[in-house]
Design a protein around this ligand. Structure first.
Ligand code: HEM
Ligand code: HEM
Length: 178
């Protein structure tokens, strides 16, 4: 049997940091555009930015899942419980990286404003549902809850990384550094 590699594969390391930056920017822009009053032109531009870059998460996620097929380093966690928690957190991230953009897409389609979604002005995204106020409100709530669940998981993930790096001193960051 070949021994487990010392690092995550290069494509996975690249995608981890590229997507981390993108997801943080999406959380920040999503919050700003819904909470900070601006002129209509700026708000519209922020929404378009958010939708285009939010949809970009889906093809990147497909690439990341493909990159995940390469051999992965052995778990560093010390107890069975920690190992299970880390697996659950990583699985949770993948589920949310799929569910957040999908709920956003459906919400935009159900919006009573009935504006087409045109990622990067390249093409018009198909609308799986039509304008529907009640459905829009439910999806808006769902998108918000899922997006902030992603943020909460990120906080736990960073705390776990700090614990490994500075308390256990097991060099965890080296395994994912570019
Ligand atoms: C929203 C942003 C982030 C997401 C969704 C995320 C998700 C993940 C996932 C799913 C893995 C497992 C490997 C993989 O499948 O890619 C991982 C590994 C890792 N992440 Fe993140 N991450 C994020 C941000 C961060 C940040 C900001 C840090 C640094 C403080 C960090 C530190 C690490 C480390 C050290 C590992 C390696 C764990 C190991 O070797 O067992 N991540 N991350
Ligand atoms: C992983 C990707 C995404 C993240 C992390 C994200 C995050 C967020 C956040 C944090 C908010 C603010 C919620 C609030 O406080 O009310 C938001 C709002 C919104 N998002 Fe996303 N989003 C993503 C993808 C998408 C996509 C793909 C679309 C549509 C194609 C979309 C459409 C919207 C819309 C229209 C709003 C505003 C809803 C309102 O007016 O209340 N998002 N998003």
């Amino acid at each position: 049997m070949t021994p487990a590699p010392a690092h995550w594969s290069r494509p996975l390391r690249l995608l981890h940091w590229l997507m981390a930056a993108l997801l943080l920017a999406l959380l920040a822009v999503g919050w700003t555009m819904t909470h900070v009053q601006r002129d209509l032109g700026t708000t519209f531009a922020l929404y378009q930015w958010h939708k285009s870059y939010g949809l970009l998460v889906l093809p990147l996620l497909a690439l990341r899942l493909a990159a995940r097929l390469a051999p992965t380093p052995a778990p560093l966690e010390h107890s069975r419980l920690e190992r299970r928690a880390a697996r659950a957190a990583h699985l949770g991230f993948y589920a949310l990286m799929l569910a957040v953009p999908l709920s956003g897409w459906l919400m935009a389609a159900a919006s009573p404003l009935a504006l087409p979604t045109r990622p990067f002005e390249l093409f018009t995204l198909p609308a799986p549902v039509g304008p529907d106020e009640a459905l829009f409100e439910r999806l808006q709530f769902l998108h918000e809850v899922l997006a902030y669940a992603l943020l909460a998981l990120l906080v736990l993930h960073v705390l776990a990384t700090l614990k490994h790096q500075f308390l256990d001193r097991d060099g965890i960051l080296r395994r994912i550094t570019l």
